[in-house]
Design a protein around this ligand. Sequence first.
Ligand code: TA6
Length: 339
Amino acid sequence: MAAPPPSSPSPPPAAAAAATQQTQPQPQPQTPFYELVKGNSGLEKVLLRGTRGFSAEVYLYGAQVTSWKNDHAEELLFVSSKAIFKPPKAIRGGIPICFPQFGTHGNLEQHGFARNRLWTIDDNPPPLPVNPAIKSFVDLILRPSDEDLKIWPHSFEFRLRVALGPNGDLSLTSRIRNTNTDGRSFSYTFAYHTYFSVSDISEVRVEGLETMDYLDNLKGKERFTEQGDAIVFESEIDKVYLAAPSKIAIIDHEKKRTFVLTKEGLPDAVVWNPWDKKAKAMQDFGDGEYKHMLCVEPAAVEKPITLKPGEEWKGRLALSAVPSSYCSGQLDPLKVLQG
Ligand code: TA6
């Protein structure tokens, strides 16, 4: 049952139930601002419904957003038809959370373990200043298990808020706090590994990363400088753009759609498409699916983030999808970026 967002965010069910136990007048039954349902393979997921038919879904497994739809119910994120919704494999698509590391080094699995863990709903998060117009959101939390502490010996609280704005924009706000009691700081790298759904990768261009320095993962992480034009795609790409602008535009000519990605607290941006050879080598990815996806990932890779005990870091990703008849010049992505 799609619950329209209430006029003000209803208390989480637990709090509402608690209120009735104190013989207060029966609160008007309020529809929750999210629904918790069973998704693929019986994994629980949260449904967020906005006004005008916007929607989003986030699995408790990995706190992974796997769907973001516009007011025409068009899916804006890519999830592979071969995605495996079964721990410990990460779901292939949507917005995997890479923490406490991006990439592979040391004894942690590729992209860390946050995306392979079961998160819980955070019923009582510390206040987070938000746009009061946002009614549909959910707070999730991850703390390390004893097993996790064996492979990454640091205590932390990782709170993630996934929110759907009144115009269908999607935002992910991460708050990571060092809760070590032994006085030790810790450092980590991070990415929102975002898979955008595109009509055809050969019809896509990315604006905002021109002239930026990048580390090329296909050339031993050597440092290069991007050329002066928008990035277009004709082969595999796996680049970490350094100190990238806070706004990046991904333009899909065929769909006449521009994704505007805004990032805070995340200096870098990874751009990845596996292309045909790597696509064939991935079990949980269709051979031809590389044509219909592009990863642009706000990240902190070059310079790890370090937190002292008690310190908290905040990293935010905001996504919107705007119509763009770019070829007619009506929407110049640069104007979007400077907006
Ligand atoms: O973000 C780019 C990347 O680091 C690529 O090198 C590729 O490994 C991709 O992530 C997917 O990684 P995954 O562990 O999700 O298969």
